[in-house]
Ligand binder design. Sequence first.
Ligand code: SF4
Ligand code: F3S
Length: 351
Amino acid sequence: MSSRTRPRRALRTEHTPQAAAADADRREKHPLVWLETNTCHGNILSLLNSQNPDFGVLLRELLDLYWSNTLMGAKGFKSIDVLEKVMVERAGEYILVVEGTVPTAAGGRYAYVGLRGNGEPWTVTDAVVELAAAAKHVVAVGSCAAWGLPFGAHPNPTGSKPVSAVVNQPVINVPGCPAHPDWIIGTLAHLVWYGIPELDAENRPVVFYGETIHNLCQRRHYFESGIFAREIGEPWCLYKIGCKGPVTYADCPSRQWSGEHLNWPVGANTPCIGCTSPEFLERTAPFFEHLPDVHLPGVRVRPNQVGLATGVATALGIGLHLAGSLLTGRLQKEWKKGLGKTGSKFRLKRK
Ligand code: SF4
Ligand code: F3S
């Protein structure tokens, strides 16, 4: 496609100073549309806080950002014009990132992108469906877009749904509340350079979501030894005060957060609340209640005996890692069973 037929570059110089610098560099980059729907905008802010590479490098080297509710300077018809053109002129080329749930109730009238060129209101729901149909890849960033929560939490008057529930195309999920900037950049870079990354059963990139928090946690030895914190702020395993690490898949313990990878929730003495999990938020609450009791072959395990039971299993000839994996699997099973019994929440007695 010749540059003459592409939507106007001028709009993108209005995003940020970094984008203006990026436009000065005419290297070919991959077109990106970042559409924010029902969202707190936490994921685009997370991305703006990325380091190595930072957001400016991303725009200079990798992505040609055509549209972003938060970052673009243009509003109204000027911005909608770009969105409509990109669907036609870069069809089959651009990556569509959706951040937020898709409000489907009342014919989608809970949220509008704006007025189309023909003067008709354009609902967010229609925009997501149309943009996805013309995209090369569709990526749901953040737990709202990936799972529909927390914006779709009960009673969900807007009929909010995850992106995968309203589009026909395959959707790559990059959950988190918000998603880590590395998870976002890494997924986008993989799509540009190598195509679709290896995905798990929930369509999450395995490279970032392939292990449980629990398996990577620096406090795992306290769990194995049965040394548990009883209050927020204590430096031991946080399982008994609600840590959802055993049933949550993400690499937070090794990647770490806060700009230069400084810390993560458990490192800051507060439990993982399972923010990347499909059960987040309604079903990982209450946040400070521990997971259900579990059973190992021949050994009944209560949360306050988990370390002891793991030791017993080891003494019986089951390796620690295997015992830990067994526990994780059992915990997930018990947890999901609990969900079935109690509806949207598992309810547990505090020990
Ligand atoms: Fe770490 Fe939480 Fe697992 Fe304890 S329960 S070892 S704090 S992930
Ligand atoms: Fe979320 Fe748990 Fe990581 S709450 S940020 S998945 S430690």
